[in-house]
Design a protein around this ligand. Structure first.
Ligand code: DAH
Length: 350
């Protein structure tokens, strides 16, 4: 029996020498150690032996099995190492003194639109605030006058974390924190609260050319004594005319949002047909761009501001929508595609 193990070991060692890649190695592994492999078969032969012979032979087969196993593992490492070396030898050699030939890439259309909006609002005295993408139910809903089980929550289904927090479904979720941050300056120094807060929003949404589960909005608020709807219209019109670099006609229609009263849909006259009516504006001459309204008294109260003394407006500009209009992006999914080629075509600003 001892010859058998020696012969098998000899055969295995010879076979292993011929292996040049992982597939061949796997073949040999199965041939020797597989369920019906040669080493496994040797084990089967033990049943014909006496107890003493069994002990000796069993040990010899076990040693053989371990040796085969170790040799295969070692060979695998060698092959891996060779693959890495081959891969490295194929890597291009970089000449650091060469002038750049590759395109440096371009800013994302949303980044460009966001920066333009920020610039315009900054020039009008607005602060620019950043806010977390993970918020509490209170910030996203309760503080905005959307209690549990309110039907307005249906349209804003989002992604929930195990700890009850959620990915913000709209930038309005930062309103409460902004009021709390600036209310002392409002009361003590008479400084109006005027801030914009752009951000990424999330919704549990089936995606298509017009819907995405991840998109950008830019919220803005202004709170002071005697703030009225005319202030709201002025700021929106100025901002849009600057962004589009032409005088933009706007109109307000009533719209319902629990955190504003009255609430509006702000439409701009269609940029493609100039208000004549075309397929892009569904032949109405108007494009819906920015919901807005006068901040609801309950929302001000939740932020620690007395609605008897102060009023304000808020708006939620769809930054993604604005970028699509400005750069003629037809499919919203292109924006999150990560494809530099398709994104670069929308803009040549670097
Ligand atoms: N947060 C709303 C949404 O995403 C949009 C909105 C509506 C924001 C009216 C506002 C507002 O500030 O006044 O659907």
């Amino acid at each position: 029996m001892a010859e058998k193990t020696t012969a098998l070991k000899q055969a295995f060692s010879e076979a292993l020498l011929t292996v040049t890649n992982m597939e061949e190695l796997e073949k040999i592994r199965v041939e020797y150690l597989g369920k019906k492999g040669l080493v496994t078969e040797l084990m089967q032969e033990m049943k014909y032996l006496s107890p003493e012979e069994k002990k000796v032979f069993g040990q010899a087969v076990n040693v053989l099995k371990n040796e085969v196993n170790d040799a295969i593992t070692q060979k695998r490492e060698e092959l891996k190492q060779k693959e890495i070396e081959l891969e490295n030898s194929r890597m291009p050699v970089f000449d650091l003194s060469m002038p750049p030939v590759l395109d440096r890439g371009s800013y994302h259309p949303i980044t460009l639109v966001q920066r333009q909006c920020e610039e315009v609002f900054r020039s009008m005295g607005f602060a620019i605030e950043d806010y977390s993408e993970i918020v509490t139910d209170y910030e996203c809903f309760e503080a905005l006058n959307i209690p549990k089980n309110h039907p307005a929550r249906d349209m804003q289904d989002t992604y929930y974390l195990d700890n009850g927090q959620l990915l913000k479904s709209h930038t309005s979720a930062a309103q409460n924190a902004i009021y709390k941050k600036y209310k002392d300056a409002l009361y003590n120094e008479g400084k109006p609260i005027n801030a914009i807060f752009p951000g990424r929003c999330f919704r549990n949404e089936a995606t298509d050319a017009c819907h995405e589960n991840t998109f950008f909005q830019m919220e803005g608020v202004m709170v002071d004594k005697n703030i009225s709807i005319s202030n709201l219209i002025f700021f929106m019109k100025t901002m849009l005319s600057e962004v589009f670099q032409k005088d933009i006609k706007v109109r307000l229609r009533p719209g319902f949002f629990p955190f504003v009263e009255p609430g509006f849909e702000l439409d701009i006259s269609c940029l493609i047909c100039g208000g004549e009516g075309c397929p892009s504006c569904k032949h109405s001459g108007w494009l819906e761009l920015c919901p807005c309204g006068m901040i609801h008294p309950e929302v001000l109260k939740a932020g620690g501001i007395d609605p008897e003394e102060y009023t304000g407006f808020a708006f939620g500009l769809g930054l993604t929508r604005l970028a699509m209009m400005k750069y003629g992006v037809k499919d919203i999914r292109d924006l999150n595609s990560g494809s530099l080629k398709s994104l670069a075509q929308f803009t040549d600003d670097k």
